[in-house]
Design a binder for this molecule. Structure first.
Ligand code: MN
Length: 373
């Protein structure tokens, strides 16, 4: 029996993780569920999975279960004896749990790319122990097992291209349109990031830190079918890849079952139905955030963190209707021009950069009165 902690249990990754637990109840036991607040969904999950612990961002009472909360609660979580912690928290809120868990040498499977990126400069040496849940990184992780790390020539991340790949005019894009991802069922933040291609930019940085591979050896390609999730080219000219129907249950399940493979119930692969696989070069003029992310990654230091935070805040403003879709890259670029920090050397430095970037962002928006460009 493997015990699990599911952080972000009511979100997209969390609920799909619990689907896997349901399917494998003889092998898995949920010991902890974590969410930002008590909701009906969380209540139902507690009833169904009967965890020993529940984590909430703020204090609340729940009958019959030990509730941990706030900063202190997070520290306590990182001390609990659990076989695998799953970080399915969306956005920069996932950074602290990743830090505390890795610091305590806990086994971690994470879908939270923000934490991998922002802690990259200060915690990279612990990253070889992480099981990636992000589908592209899971594919790379699986493909890397076919050879030696020193024989890797290049890794390639695939991107579906999002809903606007073929679109000409970006001026009138609505929130609903940006949330309609053609292939994947995901949370709001990731859906908008996929529409701007920022998601791929962040994933390039994520791959750099996670697999300790230089940026010159990481490429991204548009692959509208979302069947090939990632590729590794070895020096003999072979490319090894992982292919499947686009469903997060596969990478989540593999992170839990590794090195075994379990039934996931995901639709079986029909080559004739798929017919063809296409690959295109990304258009960085149309999707400036992809280029910006690559530049930030190469610069290193505080840049990846500022980029991550500025993008999260910009996406939030877009979702609330305060800014246009085309203003997301504009505001992120402006924040990167203003921000200036020393290279982060520890966790506290990273948190400082995050908080300062939030402040810079708010000030900037106030000063320009909403007129970004
Ligand atoms: Mn991904």
């Amino acid at each position: 029996m493997k015990s699990l902690a599911v952080l972000g249990s009511t979100g997209s990754i969390g609920t799909q993780t619990l689907d896997i637990v349901r399917k494998n109840s003889e092998k898995l036991k949920v010991k902890l569920l974590g969410a930002s607040k008590l909701s009906r969904r969380l209540f139902e999950q507690i009833k169904e999975f009967e965890p020993d612990y529940v984590y909430l961002a703020r204090k609340e009472e729940i009958k019959g279960v030990k509730v941990l909360f706030g900063e202190e609660g997070l520290k306590e979580i990182a001390d609990i004896d659990i076989d695998l912690f799953i970080n399915g928290i969306a956005g920069i809120a996932g950074i602290k749990p990743t830090y505390l868990l890795l610091r305590n040498d806990k086994k971690l499977a994470t879908a939270n790319k923000e934490s991998i990126i922002c802690l990259g400069e200060v915690l990279k040496e612990k990253y070889s122990e992480i099981f990636p849940i992000d589908s592209e990184h899971s594919a790379i992780f699986q493909s890397l097992q076919a050879g030696k790390k020193e024989d890797v020539k290049r890794i390639i991340l695939t991107a579906s291209g999002g809903p606007f790949w073929g679109r000409k005019n970006f001026d009138d894009i609505t929130v609903d349109e940006a949330l309609k991802h053609p292939r994947w069922k995901m949370g709001k933040k990731v859906s908008v990031d996929s529409a701007t291609l920022m998601n791929k930019g962040l994933e390039i940085i994520e791959a750099h830190y996670l697999f300790d591979i230089p940026y010159t050896k990481i490429d991204a390609v548009i692959h509208p079918q979302s069947i090939v999730h990632g590729l590794v080219e070895f020096k003999d000219g072979s490319i090894i890849s992982q292919l499947s129907c686009p469903d997060m249950k596969i990478p989540i399940s593999y992170a839990i079952s590794y090195p075994e493979r379990w039934e996931t119930g995901v639709k079986r692969f029909n080559l004739f139905e798929i017919g063809k696989l296409e690959f295109f070069e990304p258009d960085e003029k149309k999707f400036p955030l992809l280029k910006l992310a690559k530049e930030c990654g190469k610069k290193g230091g505080f840049y990846p963190t500022v980029l991550t935070v500025a993008d999260e805040l910009a996406v939030e403003m877009f979702l609330k209707g305060y800014i246009k879709f085309t203003e997301i890259p504009q505001i992120v670029e402006r924040i990167l021009e203003i921000a200036d920090f020393k290279k982060p050397e520890n966790y506290e430095d990273v948190i400082f950069i995050i908080e300062e970037t939030k402040r810079i962002f708010k000030n900037f928006y106030k000063t320009v009165g909403g007129k970004i460009a």
